[in-house]
Design a protein around this ligand. Structure first.
Ligand SMILES: [Zn+2]
Ligand SMILES: [Zn+2]
Length: 108
């Protein structure tokens, strides 16, 4: 794995082809589409608190659905889930506990 000076801060952004890819908000790094799946397991900085989180399907899904593609750490996801009246709305059928469980398992 290449050594980088900072932890990339990933956000999913649209490309000219209509596809989306994960790009860093702090530098020019991005995951090319042909290796986009390799993003899983990589660390990302949180867009809200500058903490770190390991990229997983759940983390990416949450970013897509509730934060315009910007990655949030577990703490910030927890915080958002705790205050549903603020701009992020969690649907009633969304199993948050299950998501957290999966994320915890994958990050160890
Ligand atoms: Zn970067
Ligand atoms: Zn955070």
């Amino acid at each position: 794995m290449a050594v980088s000076k900072h932890t990339h801060k990933y956000q999913e952004v649209p490309t000219t082809g209509g596809k989306k890819l994960w790009a860093c908000g702090n530098c020019t790094h991005y995951m090319p589409l042909n290796v986009a799946w390799q993003i899983e397991g990589k660390p990302s900085e949180c867009w809200e608190c500058d903490g770190q989180v390991v990229m997983s399907e759940e983390i990416m899904e949450f970013a897509r659905k509730y934060n315009k593609g910007k990655i949030l750490c577990f703490d910030c996801i927890d915080r958002r889930a705790g205050k549903k009246k603020v701009d992020v709305t969690v649907p009633e059928d969304f199993d948050f506990d299950d998501m957290i469980r999966k994320m915890n398992r994958e990050s160890k």
